[in-house]
Design a protein around this ligand. Structure first.
Ligand SMILES: C[S@@+](CC[C@H](N)C(=O)[O-])C[C@H]1O[C@@H](n2cnc3c(N)ncnc32)[C@H](O)[C@@H]1O
Length: 269
């Protein structure tokens, strides 16, 4: 079943998700020598929040996502920025072998997965990605902060309790940002033969969100089919306001990237 990044959720995503700081884009460009004819596959590219700025530093980028609405929004954003070096593909992690046939072997400098790895079959993907990557190239698994309801603060706990009650679910997943998941991804990269596997923290700071941003961020993360219908939104939003009596949310913004290479940087095979 689709993860539900469609319909209204797309606009909430584009408006209320923090994009990627230039420092992050610059770090990826350096780490994978993108200035040297670097071609990147951004898998699970969503609305293109990483794809579009990355394209300014790469020779070419492929933005791939299984959700047509996300991809359409990404295309519009790229057109608005005058990008001409992005190819958009409707597809998922399962399409990597087909992509290898199309691109040929050892063509990609990097495959980025930003806030999307928890939706993929990462073990199979890491294997399927190897033949596509050029020497020194690799995989970058980005975590762009922690979900607002999974942070280590009283406000986050209150938000989580409120959501769990409203949706009658237990919210245990860190969406691939938690330490345990990161360790599992790192172990899987090593087990698949990647080298220089390491996690690098690029940003660690606090941001203050007003309630409108908290609600917009939540709507960007709820599958479209589960969004509260318009007539129930005032009640839902009132619950969120009650959970955050200060009217603001202090968000810890920890941006990190887990990388692994097919061969050591600079090594010629
Ligand atoms: C949380 S969004 C991240 C979007 C973007 N990378 C970003 O950082 O803003 C997750 C994206 O992964 C996509 N996705 C879901 N399942 C996928 C799969 N099996 N293969 C590739 N992408 C997938 C979703 O459609 C969605 O656009």
């Amino acid at each position: 079943m689709s993860a539900g990044f469609s319909g209204e959720v797309v606009e909430f995503y584009a408006k209320y998700r923090r994009g990627y700081a230039q420092d992050v884009i610059g770090w990826l460009a350096e780490a994978f020598a993108l200035a040297d004819h670097g071609v990147v596959l951004d898998l699970g590219c969503g609305t293109g929040q990483l794809t579009v700025p990355l394209a300014a530093r790469a020779h070419a980028v492929i933005g791939m996502d299984p959700e047509p609405d996300m991809l359409a929004r990404a295309k519009d954003t790229a057109a608005g920025h005058g990008c001409t070096n992005i190819t958009w593909l409707l597809g998922s992690d399962r399409d990597l072998p087909a992509l290898a046939g199309l691109l040929g072997e050892h063509t990609l400098a990097a495959i980025t997965m930003a806030n999307s790895i928890h939706l993929l079959d990462y073990q199979r993907l890491f294997g399927a990605a190897r033949p596509l990557l050029r020497p020194g190239g690799g995989i970058a698994v980005l975590a762009n902060g922690t979900p607002l309801w999974r942070q280590d603060s009283a406000a986050s706990g209150a938000l989580r309790a409120c959501l769990e009650q409203w949706f009658e679910v237990q919210l245990v997943s860190g969406c691939g940002t938690d330490q345990q998941s990161r360790r599992e991804y790192a172990a899987a990269l090593k087990a698949t033969g990647y080298v220089e596997v390491r996690e690098t923290v690029l940003i660690d700071r606090e941001d203050v969100l007003d309630v409108e941003h908290v609600i917009g961020n939540l709507y960007s993360a709820i599958p479209a089919r589960q969004l509260p219908p318009p007539q129930r939104r005032p009640a839902f939003e009132e619950r969120i306001r009650q959970a955050l009596p200060d009217g603001v949310f202090a968000e810890r913004v920890r941006v990190s990237v887990l990388t692994g290479r097919v061969t050591l940087a600079g090594e010629v095979t």
